[in-house]
Design a protein around this ligand. Structure first.
Ligand SMILES: *[C@@H]1O[C@H](CO)[C@@H](O)[C@H](O)[C@H]1NC(C)=O
Ligand SMILES: *[C@@H]1O[C@H](CO)[C@@H](O)[C@H](O)[C@H]1NC(C)=O
Ligand SMILES: *[C@@H]1O[C@H](CO)[C@@H](O)[C@H](O)[C@H]1NC(C)=O
Length: 299
Protein backbone atom coordinates (compact mmCIF):
# COMPACT_ATOMS: atom_id res chain seq x y z
CA UNK A 1 0.00 0.00 0.00
CA UNK A 2 1.15 3.58 -0.59
CA UNK A 3 0.16 5.83 2.28
CA UNK A 4 0.64 9.48 3.14
CA UNK A 5 0.52 10.39 6.82
CA UNK A 6 -0.32 14.02 7.53
CA UNK A 7 1.05 14.70 11.01
CA UNK A 8 3.71 11.99 10.62
CA UNK A 9 6.01 13.41 13.28
CA UNK A 10 3.23 13.75 15.88
CA UNK A 11 2.32 11.67 18.91
CA UNK A 12 -0.16 9.57 16.92
CA UNK A 13 1.23 9.99 13.41
CA UNK A 14 4.78 8.88 14.18
CA UNK A 15 4.01 5.43 15.64
CA UNK A 16 1.36 4.99 12.93
CA UNK A 17 3.95 5.73 10.23
CA UNK A 18 6.48 3.39 11.85
CA UNK A 19 3.90 0.60 12.12
CA UNK A 20 2.92 1.00 8.47
CA UNK A 21 6.56 0.92 7.41
CA UNK A 22 7.18 -2.15 9.58
CA UNK A 23 4.21 -3.84 7.92
CA UNK A 24 5.96 -3.35 4.57
CA UNK A 25 4.04 -0.43 3.13
CA UNK A 26 5.44 2.53 1.23
CA UNK A 27 4.94 5.39 3.67
CA UNK A 28 5.19 9.10 2.97
CA UNK A 29 5.21 11.52 5.86
CA UNK A 30 4.63 15.23 5.79
CA UNK A 31 7.38 17.14 7.62
CA UNK A 32 7.68 20.89 8.13
CA UNK A 33 11.43 21.07 8.68
CA UNK A 34 14.59 19.35 7.43
CA UNK A 35 15.25 18.07 10.93
CA UNK A 36 11.85 16.38 11.10
CA UNK A 37 12.33 15.07 7.57
CA UNK A 38 15.57 13.37 8.69
CA UNK A 39 13.77 11.82 11.66
CA UNK A 40 11.25 10.29 9.24
CA UNK A 41 13.86 9.21 6.69
CA UNK A 42 15.82 7.36 9.38
CA UNK A 43 12.65 5.30 9.97
CA UNK A 44 12.28 4.51 6.23
CA UNK A 45 9.38 6.93 5.99
CA UNK A 46 9.73 9.03 2.84
CA UNK A 47 9.61 12.68 3.88
CA UNK A 48 7.57 15.20 1.93
CA UNK A 49 8.56 18.68 2.98
CA UNK A 50 5.42 20.71 3.43
CA UNK A 51 2.91 22.23 5.77
CA UNK A 52 -0.51 20.78 6.54
CA UNK A 53 -1.84 24.34 6.53
CA UNK A 54 -0.71 24.92 2.95
CA UNK A 55 -1.55 21.76 1.00
CA UNK A 56 -1.14 23.12 -2.54
CA UNK A 57 2.59 22.37 -2.64
CA UNK A 58 2.30 18.64 -1.89
CA UNK A 59 -1.22 17.53 -2.78
CA UNK A 60 -0.47 16.29 -6.29
CA UNK A 61 1.02 13.18 -4.63
CA UNK A 62 -2.51 11.86 -4.04
CA UNK A 63 -2.55 10.84 -7.71
CA UNK A 64 -0.54 7.72 -6.86
CA UNK A 65 -1.66 6.91 -3.33
CA UNK A 66 -3.98 4.30 -1.87
CA UNK A 67 -4.52 5.97 1.48
CA UNK A 68 -4.19 9.31 3.27
CA UNK A 69 -4.15 9.36 7.07
CA UNK A 70 -4.95 12.66 8.77
CA UNK A 71 -3.40 12.75 12.24
CA UNK A 72 -2.63 16.42 12.62
CA UNK A 73 -2.10 17.82 16.09
CA UNK A 74 -2.64 21.57 16.28
CA UNK A 75 -4.63 23.91 18.51
CA UNK A 76 -7.09 24.63 15.69
CA UNK A 77 -8.19 21.07 14.94
CA UNK A 78 -11.57 22.21 13.77
CA UNK A 79 -10.38 24.50 11.01
CA UNK A 80 -7.62 22.23 9.79
CA UNK A 81 -9.79 19.11 9.73
CA UNK A 82 -12.26 20.77 7.39
CA UNK A 83 -9.65 22.38 5.15
CA UNK A 84 -7.62 19.17 4.76
CA UNK A 85 -10.69 17.11 3.93
CA UNK A 86 -11.69 19.65 1.28
CA UNK A 87 -8.17 19.92 -0.13
CA UNK A 88 -7.59 16.16 -0.35
CA UNK A 89 -10.96 15.45 -1.94
CA UNK A 90 -10.47 18.22 -4.51
CA UNK A 91 -6.99 16.92 -5.29
CA UNK A 92 -8.28 13.35 -5.62
CA UNK A 93 -10.84 14.54 -8.13
CA UNK A 94 -8.31 16.62 -10.03
CA UNK A 95 -5.26 14.37 -10.11
CA UNK A 96 -6.59 10.81 -10.14
CA UNK A 97 -7.48 9.27 -13.48
CA UNK A 98 -11.08 8.43 -14.30
CA UNK A 99 -11.99 5.01 -12.95
CA UNK A 100 -9.27 4.99 -10.27
CA UNK A 101 -10.31 3.34 -7.02
CA UNK A 102 -11.44 5.81 -4.38
CA UNK A 103 -8.63 7.21 -2.26
CA UNK A 104 -8.95 5.97 1.34
CA UNK A 105 -9.03 8.81 3.87
CA UNK A 106 -8.65 7.99 7.55
CA UNK A 107 -9.49 10.87 9.88
CA UNK A 108 -8.27 10.89 13.48
CA UNK A 109 -11.03 12.03 15.81
CA UNK A 110 -11.34 11.24 19.51
CA UNK A 111 -13.66 9.59 22.03
CA UNK A 112 -14.54 12.88 23.75
CA UNK A 113 -17.47 13.06 21.33
CA UNK A 114 -19.20 10.48 23.54
CA UNK A 115 -19.29 13.05 26.34
CA UNK A 116 -19.67 12.66 30.09
CA UNK A 117 -21.80 9.79 31.35
CA UNK A 118 -20.88 7.77 34.40
CA UNK A 119 -23.75 5.31 34.24
CA UNK A 120 -24.41 4.12 30.70
CA UNK A 121 -22.06 2.17 28.42
CA UNK A 122 -21.40 3.40 24.90
CA UNK A 123 -19.97 1.57 21.87
CA UNK A 124 -18.54 2.63 18.50
CA UNK A 125 -22.03 2.89 17.06
CA UNK A 126 -23.93 4.46 19.96
CA UNK A 127 -25.58 7.69 18.71
CA UNK A 128 -23.68 10.80 19.75
CA UNK A 129 -25.96 13.00 21.82
CA UNK A 130 -23.88 15.17 24.15
CA UNK A 131 -20.22 15.55 23.11
CA UNK A 132 -17.77 17.31 25.41
CA UNK A 133 -18.04 21.09 24.89
CA UNK A 134 -14.58 21.25 23.33
CA UNK A 135 -15.62 18.98 20.45
CA UNK A 136 -19.27 19.84 19.75
CA UNK A 137 -18.19 20.50 16.13
CA UNK A 138 -16.65 17.09 15.64
CA UNK A 139 -19.62 14.75 15.06
CA UNK A 140 -20.54 16.84 12.01
CA UNK A 141 -16.98 16.57 10.72
CA UNK A 142 -16.96 12.79 11.27
CA UNK A 143 -20.09 12.65 9.11
CA UNK A 144 -18.48 14.85 6.46
CA UNK A 145 -15.56 12.39 6.30
CA UNK A 146 -17.59 9.19 6.06
CA UNK A 147 -20.10 10.61 3.55
CA UNK A 148 -17.56 12.32 1.29
CA UNK A 149 -18.56 11.32 -2.25
CA UNK A 150 -15.02 11.34 -3.67
CA UNK A 151 -13.07 9.68 -0.87
CA UNK A 152 -13.48 6.39 0.94
CA UNK A 153 -13.79 8.04 4.35
CA UNK A 154 -13.13 6.28 7.68
CA UNK A 155 -12.85 7.68 11.22
CA UNK A 156 -10.74 6.37 14.09
CA UNK A 157 -11.46 7.85 17.51
CA UNK A 158 -8.56 7.26 19.89
CA UNK A 159 -9.39 7.21 23.59
CA UNK A 160 -7.02 8.88 26.08
CA UNK A 161 -3.54 7.91 24.90
CA UNK A 162 -0.84 6.49 27.12
CA UNK A 163 2.73 5.31 26.68
CA UNK A 164 5.89 6.87 25.21
CA UNK A 165 6.04 10.67 25.56
CA UNK A 166 2.50 10.52 27.04
CA UNK A 167 0.60 13.19 25.05
CA UNK A 168 -2.15 14.65 27.30
CA UNK A 169 -0.99 12.71 30.36
CA UNK A 170 2.43 14.42 30.12
CA UNK A 171 0.91 17.40 31.94
CA UNK A 172 -0.17 15.13 34.81
CA UNK A 173 3.25 13.47 34.94
CA UNK A 174 4.88 16.90 34.94
CA UNK A 175 2.77 17.95 37.94
CA UNK A 176 3.80 14.77 39.76
CA UNK A 177 7.44 15.30 38.88
CA UNK A 178 7.19 18.82 40.28
CA UNK A 179 5.96 17.37 43.58
CA UNK A 180 2.15 17.42 43.54
CA UNK A 181 -0.30 15.08 41.80
CA UNK A 182 -3.09 17.48 40.87
CA UNK A 183 -5.43 16.85 37.98
CA UNK A 184 -8.70 18.08 36.51
CA UNK A 185 -11.83 16.26 37.58
CA UNK A 186 -13.82 14.90 40.49
CA UNK A 187 -13.58 11.62 42.40
CA UNK A 188 -15.06 8.52 40.77
CA UNK A 189 -14.11 9.32 37.17
CA UNK A 190 -13.03 6.63 34.72
CA UNK A 191 -10.86 6.85 31.61
CA UNK A 192 -11.17 4.90 28.41
CA UNK A 193 -7.54 4.50 27.32
CA UNK A 194 -5.38 3.16 24.50
CA UNK A 195 -1.61 2.77 24.21
CA UNK A 196 -0.01 4.65 21.31
CA UNK A 197 1.44 1.40 19.89
CA UNK A 198 -1.86 -0.50 20.08
CA UNK A 199 -3.49 2.43 18.33
CA UNK A 200 -0.83 2.28 15.60
CA UNK A 201 -1.63 -1.43 15.03
CA UNK A 202 -5.27 -0.52 14.56
CA UNK A 203 -4.40 2.07 11.89
CA UNK A 204 -2.49 -0.60 9.96
CA UNK A 205 -5.45 -3.01 10.12
CA UNK A 206 -7.94 -0.33 9.09
CA UNK A 207 -5.74 0.98 6.28
CA UNK A 208 -5.19 -2.52 4.91
CA UNK A 209 -8.87 -3.35 5.29
CA UNK A 210 -10.13 0.02 4.07
CA UNK A 211 -12.61 -1.64 1.71
CA UNK A 212 -14.29 -3.26 4.71
CA UNK A 213 -13.84 -0.22 6.97
CA UNK A 214 -15.43 2.15 4.42
CA UNK A 215 -17.84 4.64 5.98
CA UNK A 216 -17.24 3.33 9.50
CA UNK A 217 -16.23 4.99 12.76
CA UNK A 218 -14.04 3.02 15.16
CA UNK A 219 -13.57 3.71 18.88
CA UNK A 220 -9.96 2.84 19.69
CA UNK A 221 -9.96 1.92 23.37
CA UNK A 222 -9.14 -0.88 25.74
CA UNK A 223 -12.39 -2.70 26.53
CA UNK A 224 -12.13 -1.92 30.26
CA UNK A 225 -11.94 1.65 31.59
CA UNK A 226 -9.44 2.72 34.25
CA UNK A 227 -10.25 4.42 37.56
CA UNK A 228 -8.82 7.95 37.62
CA UNK A 229 -8.64 7.83 41.45
CA UNK A 230 -6.44 4.72 41.20
CA UNK A 231 -4.30 6.32 38.53
CA UNK A 232 -3.62 9.40 40.67
CA UNK A 233 -3.09 7.39 43.83
CA UNK A 234 -0.55 5.12 42.15
CA UNK A 235 1.19 8.10 40.58
CA UNK A 236 1.74 9.58 44.06
CA UNK A 237 3.54 6.37 45.07
CA UNK A 238 5.57 5.98 41.91
CA UNK A 239 6.67 9.58 41.48
CA UNK A 240 7.45 10.23 45.14
CA UNK A 241 5.23 13.32 44.99
CA UNK A 242 3.78 14.61 48.24
CA UNK A 243 0.36 12.98 48.81
CA UNK A 244 -2.52 13.00 48.80
CA UNK A 245 -3.44 13.69 45.17
CA UNK A 246 -5.97 16.45 44.55
CA UNK A 247 -8.59 17.30 41.96
CA UNK A 248 -8.74 20.80 40.55
CA UNK A 249 -11.47 22.60 38.62
CA UNK A 250 -10.94 23.00 34.90
CA UNK A 251 -10.48 26.58 33.72
CA UNK A 252 -11.05 26.06 29.99
CA UNK A 253 -12.81 23.67 27.61
CA UNK A 254 -9.71 21.58 27.03
CA UNK A 255 -9.19 20.99 30.75
CA UNK A 256 -12.90 20.27 31.07
CA UNK A 257 -12.67 17.68 28.29
CA UNK A 258 -9.94 15.93 30.29
CA UNK A 259 -12.48 15.32 33.07
CA UNK A 260 -14.77 13.37 30.72
CA UNK A 261 -15.83 9.90 31.82
CA UNK A 262 -17.25 7.71 29.03
CA UNK A 263 -17.76 4.02 29.71
CA UNK A 264 -16.69 2.82 26.28
CA UNK A 265 -16.94 -0.80 25.18
CA UNK A 266 -15.73 -0.78 21.60
CA UNK A 267 -16.50 -3.82 19.44
CA UNK A 268 -16.15 -2.84 15.80
CA UNK A 269 -12.36 -3.10 15.39
CA UNK A 270 -12.37 -6.44 17.21
CA UNK A 271 -15.29 -7.78 15.19
CA UNK A 272 -14.05 -6.70 11.76
CA UNK A 273 -10.28 -6.96 12.18
CA UNK A 274 -9.62 -8.99 15.32
CA UNK A 275 -7.85 -6.00 16.88
CA UNK A 276 -6.76 -6.61 20.48
CA UNK A 277 -4.78 -4.09 22.50
CA UNK A 278 -1.66 -5.86 23.74
CA UNK A 279 0.00 -3.42 26.12
CA UNK A 280 -0.29 -3.72 29.87
CA UNK A 281 -2.92 -1.40 31.34
CA UNK A 282 -2.16 2.21 32.23
CA UNK A 283 -2.46 1.78 36.01
CA UNK A 284 -0.96 -1.73 36.13
CA UNK A 285 2.21 -0.65 34.35
CA UNK A 286 2.25 3.03 35.34
CA UNK A 287 5.84 3.02 36.54
CA UNK A 288 7.12 2.02 33.10
CA UNK A 289 4.94 4.67 31.42
CA UNK A 290 5.96 7.40 33.88
CA UNK A 291 9.62 6.52 33.35
CA UNK A 292 9.13 6.56 29.57
CA UNK A 293 7.71 10.08 29.81
CA UNK A 294 10.65 11.18 32.02
CA UNK A 295 13.17 9.71 29.61
CA UNK A 296 11.47 11.38 26.64
CA UNK A 297 11.86 14.70 28.46
CA UNK A 298 15.48 14.02 29.26
CA UNK A 299 14.71 13.94 33.02
C1 LIG B 1 -26.40 8.77 30.40
O1 LIG B 1 -26.91 8.15 29.23
C2 LIG B 1 -28.27 7.70 29.36
C3 LIG B 1 -28.62 6.97 28.07
O2 LIG B 1 -28.38 7.78 26.95
C4 LIG B 1 -29.17 8.89 29.63
O3 LIG B 1 -30.49 8.45 29.81
C5 LIG B 1 -28.70 9.61 30.87
O4 LIG B 1 -29.45 10.75 31.08
C6 LIG B 1 -27.23 9.98 30.74
N1 LIG B 1 -26.75 10.56 31.98
C7 LIG B 1 -26.17 11.75 32.04
C8 LIG B 1 -25.74 12.18 33.39
O5 LIG B 1 -25.99 12.44 31.05
C1 LIG C 1 -11.32 -7.53 26.35
O1 LIG C 1 -9.95 -7.52 25.97
C2 LIG C 1 -9.23 -8.64 26.41
C3 LIG C 1 -7.77 -8.41 26.08
O2 LIG C 1 -7.60 -7.87 24.81
C4 LIG C 1 -9.82 -9.88 25.75
O3 LIG C 1 -9.14 -11.03 26.19
C5 LIG C 1 -11.30 -9.99 26.12
O4 LIG C 1 -11.89 -11.08 25.43
C6 LIG C 1 -12.05 -8.73 25.78
N1 LIG C 1 -13.38 -8.80 26.32
C7 LIG C 1 -14.45 -8.48 25.63
C8 LIG C 1 -15.75 -8.62 26.35
O5 LIG C 1 -14.42 -8.07 24.49
C1 LIG D 1 -7.30 -3.24 29.80
O1 LIG D 1 -7.62 -2.72 31.07
C2 LIG D 1 -7.51 -3.66 32.12
C3 LIG D 1 -8.01 -2.98 33.38
O2 LIG D 1 -7.23 -1.87 33.70
C4 LIG D 1 -6.06 -4.08 32.25
O3 LIG D 1 -5.94 -5.04 33.27
C5 LIG D 1 -5.63 -4.69 30.96
O4 LIG D 1 -4.25 -4.97 31.01
C6 LIG D 1 -5.88 -3.74 29.81
N1 LIG D 1 -5.57 -4.44 28.60
C7 LIG D 1 -5.01 -3.87 27.58
C8 LIG D 1 -4.72 -4.78 26.47
O5 LIG D 1 -4.78 -2.69 27.54
Amino acid sequence: MKVLVIGATGFIGFPVSQALARAGHIVYGLARTDEKARKLASEEIIPIIGNALDPTSWLSIVAQLDTVIEAVATPDLRGIGASLLAAVSEAAEKYRPAGAPKLNYIYTGGTWVHGENRTDFVTDTTPIISPADLVTWRPAHEQAVITNPILNGIVIRPALLYGRSASILSTLYRNAYNGKVSWYGTPGGRYAVVHADDLASLYVLVAEGATIAAGKIFDAANNTTESVDELLSKLVTISGAKGPYEYTSPSNLYEKAITTTSLIRPYLARALFGWEPRKAGLVDNLEVYYNAWKASEGL
